[in-house]
Design a protein around this ligand. Structure first.
Ligand SMILES: Cc1cc2ncn([C@H]3O[C@H](COP(=O)(O)O)[C@@H](O)[C@H]3O)c2cc1C
Ligand SMILES: O=C(O)c1cccnc1
Length: 395
């Protein structure tokens, strides 16, 4: 599956990009006045091979969840069980990602690709079952403090794009392994486990696109996952671990110093080759990172844009780009995470983030906030009049 997906990824279509540049120049606005949106519209035309490209609707967030053996090195103050508990929160519609998804009219798919704690929620048995299954497992529609929490997309999707409101969040059970091994002791994953997790991401991309998604958004949940993210970024870009490592959920000075040391120890032990992304992911990656790389490759192969979230997403994007450099053409950097490694990774990928709000949450929150910007960039090519058509004089 990985090889056929990589083989399907190609460069942007030059003639569609030329058409989009020509159209931008004829629209009723000064040339260049839409800044980064103009470049983005041209790139999305090149990805779709059409001008105008389709509106990036409907939007689908895929949250890949996994746990990490390196948690034993005390790189985060949060207990590992929070990963599974937050899945319950996602399914109940109570997390930040759910609030932003309702606002954007995006569907939420939670994928257990490597959670350590057995989940107590009934997952979707197999692909193609009732996508509203999450509604049954979500429980009440009221937060503990009495505030109303809409569980589905319907109640809050009024501000989103026209069309059917997305179903409630759903859970897909695709657990490859109950958490990675501790990368300071041994390789986090075997190459087979990496392949399996990448395959999960490719499969989810295909299913979401087959169901009509016009854009995929990356999400993650995994206590301690900013540590393997930093290791991946250092491995792929060559920066020092101190440059790639941040404070994650907000660790204290002592934990931060230990975290940099943990990343350094893992890289010194494995010395992963950046030209071998499978080997890098196996040595110092996570199951959600591998699945995210698969999602990105799957989207690129289908020529559907993928909106990247924070540091976990961009570290996985480095792996995707190492597998298939042309996959970068399908990537849109949603935001600049406050994690320093995110900026290192974005620079390496040559991507400029759309919004910069100091977020450091993950889940897909930054990608969702950037979604209206992406839609706006494409909508301009669909709806704005040309000077000719509107009878507006040119300079
Ligand atoms: C309640 C809660 C909700 C979250 N949502 C995303 N993350 C984020 O924080 C974690 C990574 O940070 P670190 O490496 O410092 O553990 C990941 O689970 C990431 O998704 C959360 C973290 C917590 C605690
Ligand atoms: O950038 C992110 O996505 C991020 C940062 C800190 C903690 N969790 C996620």
């Amino acid at each position: 599956m990985l090889e056929t997906t990589i083989a399907a990824i190609g460069p942007l279509d030059e003639s569609a990009m030329t058409a989009a540049r020509d159209l931008q120049a004829r629209l009723t606005k000064p040339a260049g006045s839409l800044g980064a949106l103009e470049d983005l519209s041209v790139r999305l035309a090149g990805l779709a091979g059409a001008c105008p490209p389709p509106l990036p609707e409907p939007a689908a967030v895929a949250i890949f969840a996994g746990d990490h053996g390196v948690h034993a090195q005390r790189v985060t103050p949060w207990p590992q069980e929070v990963t599974a508990q937050m899945i319950g929160n996602f399914l109940a519609g109570g997390a930040v990602v759910n609030a932003f998804a309702r606002q954007a009219g995006a569907s939420v798919t939670v994928v257990d690709v490597g959670v350590a704690t057995p989940l107590s929620f009934p997952p979707e048995a197999a692909a193609g079952t009732d996508p509203a299954a999450g509604a049954e497992v979500s429980g009440g529609a009221e937060a503990a403090d009495g505030r109303a929490v809409p569980t589905g997309g319907a109640a809050g999707a009024t501000g989103g794009p026209a069309g059917a409101a997305p179903a409630s969040p759903r859970l897909v059970d695709a657990n490859v392994r109950r958490g990675t091994r501790d990368m300071t002791v041994t390789a986090a994953l075997t190459p087979d486990e990496v392949r399996a997790a990448i395959g999960v991401g490719i499969r989810i991309a295909g299913e979401l696109i087959d169901a009509g998604a016009g854009v995929l958004l990356t999400g993650d949940m995994g206590i301690a996952n900013t540590t393997p993210s930093a290791a991946l970024i250092a491995a792929f870009t060559g920066v020092d671990p101190a440059e790639a490592t941040g404070r994650g959920t907000g660790v204290d000075d002592e934990t931060y110093r230990r975290k940099i040391g943990v990343v350094r120890t893992a890289l010194d032990r494995h010395r992963p080759d950046p030209a071998d992304p499978l080997g890098v992911l196996a040595a110092v990656g996570g199951l959600e990172h591998a699945a995210l790389a698969g999602l990105i490759l799957g989207a690129a192969a289908r020529r559907v844009p993928v909106l990247l979230d924070g540091v976990i997403a961009v570290s996985a994007a480095l792996a995707a780009a190492a597998f298939a450099p042309d996959a970068v053409g399908a990537m849109i950097a949603g935001h600049r995470s406050a994690e320093p490694g995110a900026t290192v990774a974005l620079r390496h990928l040559g991507l400029d983030p759309l919004v910069d709000l100091g977020l450091r949450l993950g889940e897909g929150t930054g990608a969702l906030l950037a979604l209206p910007v992406v839609t706006g960039a494409v909508r301009v090519l669909h709806e704005v009049a040309t000077f000719d058509a509107a009878g507006v004089s040119e300079k």
